[in-house]
Design a protein around this ligand. Structure first.
Ligand SMILES: O=P(O)(O)OC[C@H]1O[C@H](OP(=O)(O)OP(=O)(O)O)[C@H](O)[C@@H]1O
Ligand SMILES: O=c1cc[nH]c(=O)[nH]1
Length: 192
C-alpha cells in the first residue's frame, strides 16, 4: 500500500490527534539519514543502535536508507536499557528486551542511538550507561523521530524528525508497521 500523504492524516480519532502520517515519517527518516551522513562526512565508522521497542525498527529503516544513499551496508543493532533505568524501583518490572551489538562492536565507532520519542531524557541517559558496558565509542549521537520537550536531564537530540510542543498531560504515541498495524504519530489526552 502506498504511504499516506500528510493531507490524509486523521485530524482526530479514538487514538488521538494524528500529527504525522506514514509519508511524513518516511520523509523525516530520509532527512535524518541525510543529516547523519552530512554530520559524519559519510558512512565510515557509523553504527546505528535502536532503543527497544520502536527505536529498533526506526534504526533499521535509517540503516536501509543510508545503505540506499551510500551503496554500502551500515551496522545496525539494538540496545536494551531496561536494567539501566533510574526508576526500576518505582515501575512495574519490565522484561528486558534483546541487545544486539553488531559484529565489530562499538569501540572507536560513531554510535547513533535511535529512539521514537524523546521526553524526559531518562531513557537516553540509561542508554548511555548501557552502551558504556559494550565499549568506548569515538562519539555518540542521538536521533529521534519526535522530540516532545519536557526534558528532566541535560540531554538533546542531534537529529529530530519533528519537534512537537506538548502539554505534560498529553501522551505521544508512535506506531510503526513492523510492530503495529501502520505508521503514525498521535497525541492524546491533555486539554489542548
Ligand atoms: O525521554 P523519556 O521520558 O525516557 O521517554 C521516552 C521513552 O518513552 C518511550 O518508551 P517506553 O518506556 O514507553 O517504552 P516503549 O519503547 O516500549 O514504548 C519511548 O519509546 C522512549 O524510549
Ligand atoms: O508521550 C510520551 C512520553 C514518553 N514516551 C512516549 O512514547 N510518549
Amino acid at each position: 500500500m502506498p504511504a499516506r500523504s500528510s493531507s490524509e492524516t486523521d485530524p482526530v480519532n479514538d487514538a488521538g490527534r494524528t500529527v504525522l502520517g506514514a509519508a511524513d515519517i518516511s520523509r523525516a527518516l530520509r532527512r535524518i539519514a541525510h543529516e547523519i551522513l552530512e554530520a559524519n562526512k559519510g558512512a565510515e565508522n557509523l553504527v546505528l543502535l535502536g532503543i527497544p521497542s520502536r527505536g529498533v525498527p526506526l534504526a533499521r529503516r535509517l540503516a536501509a536508507t543510508i545503505a540506499e544513499f551510500e551503496g554500502r551496508e551500515i551496522p545496525v543493532g539494538a540496545l536494551d536499557i531496561t536494567m539501566y533505568r533510574d526508576d526500576l524501583r518505582h515501575q512495574p518490572t519490565r522484561a528486558p528486551m534483546p541487545t544486539d551489538i553488531p559484529e565489530g562492536g562499538v569501540d572507536g565507532k560513531v554510535v547513533v542511538l535511535v529512539d521514537d520519542v524523546l521526553y524526559s531524557g531518562r531513557t537516553v541517559r540509561a542508554a548511555l550507561d548501557a552502551l558504556a558496558d559494550h565499549g568506548r565509542p569515538a562519539a555518540v549521537r542521538l536521533a529521534v523521530l519526535v522530540d516532545r520537550g519536557h526534558r528532566e536531564l541535560p540531554i538533546r537530540a542531534d537529529h529530530v524528525g519533528k519537534n512537537l510542543p506538548t502539554a505534560q498531560t498529553e501522551k505521544v504515541r508512535v506506531r510503526l508497521a513492523e510492530l503495529d498495524e501502520a505508521d503514525s504519530v498521535t497525541i492524546a489526552g491533555g486539554a489542548r
